[in-house]
Structures are given as C-alpha cells and as structure tokens.
Design a protein around this ligand. Structure first.
Ligand SMILES: [Zn+2]
Length: 263
C-alpha cells in the first residue's frame, strides 16, 4: 500500500487543531487533514513515540507487531523526519512544528527557543505531560517543558509506562507525549534486523497493546509514530550494529497511525 507522506513538522499543528488550539507560532507545516478529520473535537490527545521504529523496520518486522498492524488497517500515513534524523531534534519538532534551526533543541539538555504545544495548552488552561527514561529526551526535554512528567524512577520503559499510567489516572492531562526507548537501544547494539531487534519490536507491540486501549478508554485519541528510523552498519570487525542521523529513507521515514477514543 502506498502511504501519503507528511513532514514531521505537521505533527504539532495536527495536535493543536484536534484540541481546537492555534498552531504553534514557528510551525512550518499545515495540520494533517485526515488525522484532524478523524479526531477533531476529541478532548485529549496522546502521542506514543516508539524510538527508531522507522517505516522499513516496521515493515520488516510486521509479523512481530500484530497489535500495531491491526491498528493500522485503515488510518495510517508516513512521516519524514527533519534533519538531523536524531531523537531530540525530532521529538522537539513534534511539539513545536519546527526544524532544529528554529526550535533549538539539538540535545535534550537544550531549551526550546520557540513556542511549544506545552505553552499553547498552558495558555488555554489545559495540562500536558511528557514521559521518558531518566537521561532520555522524553523525560529530560519534553518532561521539562510539559506540566507533568514521570512519577517514579523512570529507569526503564516499564517504569516510564507505570508512571504514565499513574499520572493519567490522577490528572488526565489533555496532551501527553511519551518516548519508548528500548527499540532504539537494541537496534544500536545489534542492528535493526537482528534477532534481538525482533524481540525488541515485539516488546514494543506488547506495550502498545496494553497502553493504547487503556488510553482510548480514558478518552484519548492516540497517535503512534517514531522520531526516526535506523540503518544497519557493519563495523571493521564484521559486527553488525545500527545507526541513524542521515537523510536516507531508512533513517527518515517513520509510520504514523492514529485511532479515536472508544468513548
Ligand atoms: Zn538512537
């Protein structure tokens, strides 16, 4: 199936349009029309980022991700990461609609230099949350600019998910964004097409199969996406690992899947 491609810069304006907010001031793209059409008027939006789950990797491992495949039956498109195709730059893009020259977050310890979705929600009296592991972008960058972040230790993805579940139960933020990290970590160590990578995507699918239905039941429209992909690299010793950051389709094209709440 040929999927329509949108720029990563379109994610933030899309979330804003769903929530009835103006688009962020530095956004460089228009909202994604089919997503806004399907989710318009939904009270809450959750963006679930599976780090490094590029389009080519998702297709390769489709049989390991039955939940995501089922979700994607009708509502899916492709996103193109902004350069460089690395995590803080592209999660930064998701919450600002801007490339790194405008948003400024080259690394997770930098500050955003332009308006974010978090600012827009705050100005409208709404709450936001950003989640990820300690020392990773979801917590250190997104969580720092959002109203709420991890409860608990945040040492691994299970901790992050448990913290997210607790905060959603307690505070029902109007917008949340989370970085699931194990996929990127395992792809770097073993390559995105290794047996270990297959296990990592299966674990990500199990996480989605638990979290997506729960969020839908709590009134969230859900976007599943990735910040970038990865490509396999063979080092001088003949060992395969993985990397990203280039402008290749493997590094830059990622899935976008969206679902409505069940309520
Ligand atoms: Zn990485």
């Amino acid at each position: 199936m040929r999927l329509v491609e949108y720029p990563m810069q379109a994610v933030a304006p899309t979330v804003a349009a769903i929530l009835g907010l103006p688009k962020p001031a530095s956004a460089e793209a228009r909202p994604i029309r089919p997503v806004v059409r399907d989710l318009a008027g939904v009270d809450r939006v959750a963006v679930l980022g599976v780090d490094a789950l590029g389009l080519a990797i998702r297709r390769h491992w489709a049989q390991q991700m039955p939940f995501l495949e089922g979700l994607a039956d009708h509502r899916q498109a492709t996103l193109r990461a902004v350069m460089p195709s690395v995590t803080p730059v592209n999660f930064g893009c998701m919450v600002t609609g801007a490339g790194v020259r405008r948003h400024g977050a080259h690394a997770f310890d930098r500050d955003f230099r332009c308006q974010t979705l978090f600012d827009l929600l705050r100005a409208a009296g709404k709450t936001s949350a950003g989640f990820g592991r300690r020392g990773w972008t979801g917590h250190e960058l997104l969580g720092r600019f959002a109203d709420l972040s991890n409860a608990g230790p945040g040492e691994n993805d299970d901790d992050v998910d448990a913290g997210l579940a607790a905060i959603v139960e307690e505070a029902r933020p109007d917008f949340l964004i989370v970085q699931y990290g194990a996929t990127d970590e395992v792809f770097h160590a073993h390559g995105p097409y290794s047996d270990e990578a297959g296990e990592a995507v299966a674990a990500a699918d199990a996480w989605l199969a638990r979290r997506v239905p729960a969020l839908r039941g709590q009134g969230y429209g859900v976007l599943v996406l990735a910040d970038h992909g990865q490509h396999a690299v063979v080092d001088d010793d003949g060992v395969t690992n993985g990397n990203h950051g280039t402008d290749s389709d493997e590094d830059c094209l990622t899935p976008l899947i969206w679902v409505t709440p069940t309520q």
